[in-house]
Design a binder for this molecule. Structure first.
Ligand code: NAP
Length: 472
């Protein structure tokens, strides 16, 4: 029997769809899952009649693959990856390649690349975005590791990836853990945009008095604009239109308002803090999820703490319109991308990833959760100026800021006046106002630090390091 081109370990939501994708692109496959019943079920179900065979143990799995072996692991990130590497490596031979397609922490990937390559195997850490549908029809893929390992799987990945007008949504991202780092930041941007759309919904509901169907109509309009046309706006409209199964009311209004945060969102913010990158919009989104999870405390606080006004929001306030809310959504989304790209640029320098920013924007244009028309503008901005320090300085983006910042400010002011939380909108406004201010009040912070701790300071009028005896 001829050997299979491609092996997959882990028949979860992603693995199952990815192997069907590979097979439909002409790569015969062999699958293995820790719990064999899942393999059997898959082979009798979605895998039936396909060029896909199964294996009940890892030795059999490895034996069924042509050499050099190309094996994708789609399993839970963390210790499970190390466990499977330990279990499979006795059966691997020189040149065989393992790909970790899960949401692994990029430092774990750095370690695994070094370890596996020291044993003459290849290892690729590859972020994959697109959910179940993307995995089946074409995801965005962010592979990192050594270039020679990438080249061994380039033809497979290029066929499996989403296709956009300028090619497949996959590229060689860079060495070591860079692929997983880029996926982490992708998810950080995703956190930001999801929270931004949730804030827009909340304002339209609580201040404008609109219902789900009216808000969905606004989302549909936004999705036709260059600035907001995106997968996340598209699915926001879908979610808002969905009725509960009994047809009684909107399902969104029946969902518990607690959002989890794990792994990638947290890692984006931690990396930004470590690297000195400013990501306030993304951080605000992460923190909004943390606060949302404190449901019992929030219910208690609602009866104890009061907002700035006791007005009936809808009847008393008409000072906010959907055009201004659109300004807030556009600028906050731009800020999420700008902060994510800035974090990538800084990480690229610090970790020697040599990331190509236009290519990263290109592979996010299709297949992934943050795909949007804005990414073409982002790609153009970095093509025009590969040294661009911040997206906001590109002429098209700075024009957006200049045209829309008063709308954003109106929205933040109305929200503040009415006590409606808009963490991403207000963080974005502060970010933009700070970024465009040539002189910030940190001169006083420096004075205080020198006063209590002799930390010294620099001056604006002469070179050098200075200290003042403040208390004498
Ligand atoms: P998942 O629930 O994260 O993982 C399920 C798979 O992992 C199952 O096949 C399970 O095997 C296997 N597994 C768990 N622990 C294992 C261990 N110690 N040894 C061997 N196998 C083990 O499934 P998923 O949602 O498809 O995600 C897979 C990876 O892709 C994760 O890292 C996830 O974060 C990432 N990801 C998910 C999505 C998404 O939309 N779901 C999108 C992008 C990336 P058993 O059947 O034996 O339990």
């Amino acid at each position: 029997m001829s050997k299979a081109h491609f092996g997959l370990i882990g028949l979860g939501v992603m693995g199952e769809n990815l192997v069907l994708n590979a097979e439909s692109n002409g790569f015969s496959s062999v699958v293995y899952n820790r719990t064999y019943s899942k393999t059997a079920e898959f082979l009798d179900g979605r895998g039936l009649g396909k060029q896909i065979t199964g294996a009940s143990d890892l030795k059999d799995f490895v034996d069924k693959l042509e050499r050099p072996r190309r094996i994708l692991m789609m399993i839970k990130a963390g210790p499970a990856i190390d466990a499977v590497i330990d279990q499979i490596s006795p059966y691997l031979q020189e040149g065989d390649l393992l790909i970790d397609g899960g949401n692994s922490e990029f430092r774990d990937t750095e370690r695994r690349v070094l370890d596996l390559e020291s044993r003459s195997f290849g290892f690729i850490g590859m972020g994959i975005s697109g959910g179940a549908k993307g995995a089946l029809e074409g995801p965005s893929m962010m592979p990192g590791g050594t270039k020679s390992s990438y080249l061994a799987i380039e033809s497979l990945l290029s066929k499996m990836a989403a296709q956009v007008e300028d090619g497949p949504c996959v590229t060689y991202v860079g060495p070591g853990g860079s692929g997983h780092f880029v996926k982490t930041v992708h998810n950080g941007i995703e956190y930001g945009i999801e929270q931004i759309l949730a804030e827009a919904y909340d304002l339209m509901k609580r201040i404008c008095g609109m219902d789900c169907s009216q808000i969905a109509d606004v989302m549909a309009q936004w999705n036709k604009t260059e600035e907001l046309s995106s997968y996340l706006v598209e699915i926001t409209e879908i979610c808002l239109r969905k009725k509960d199964s009994d047809k009684e009311g909107d399902i969104v209004e029946k969902i518990l308002d607690k959002a989890g945060q794990k792994g990638t969102g947290l890692w984006t913010v931690m990396s930004a803090l470590e690297l000195g990158a400013s990501v306030p919009t993304i951080y605000a989104a992460l923190n909004a999820r943390v606060l949302s999870s404190m449901k019992e405390q929030r219910i208690l606080a609602e009866s104890i703490l009061h907002g700035p006004s006791q007005k009936n929001l809808v009847s008393d306030n008409t000072s906010i319109d959907t055009a201004s809310i659109m300004d807030a959504v556009v600028l906050s989304s731009i800020a999420s991308y700008a902060q994510g790209m800035e974090l990538l640029r800084i990480a690229s320098n610090d970790y020697n990833y040599n990331l190509d920013m236009p290519s990263i924007a290109q592979i996010w244009k299709g297949g992934c959760i943050i795909r949007s028309r804005l990414l073409k503008r982002i790609q153009d901005a970095f093509n025009l100026n590969p040294e661009l320090s911040n997206l906001l300085l590109d002429p098209w983006f700075s024009d957006q800021v200049n045209r829309r910042i008063s709308g954003l400010a109106e929205v933040v002011a109305a929200a503040a006046e009415n006590g409606v939380p808009v963490p991403c909108f207000s963080s974005t406004l502060d970010y933009l106002n700070s970024y465009r201010t040539g002189r910030l009040p940190q001169n006083l912070v420096q004075a205080m630090r020198d006063c209590f701790g002799s930390h010294t300071y620099q001056r604006v009028d002469k070179e050098g390091i200075f200290h003042t005896e403040w208390l004498s």
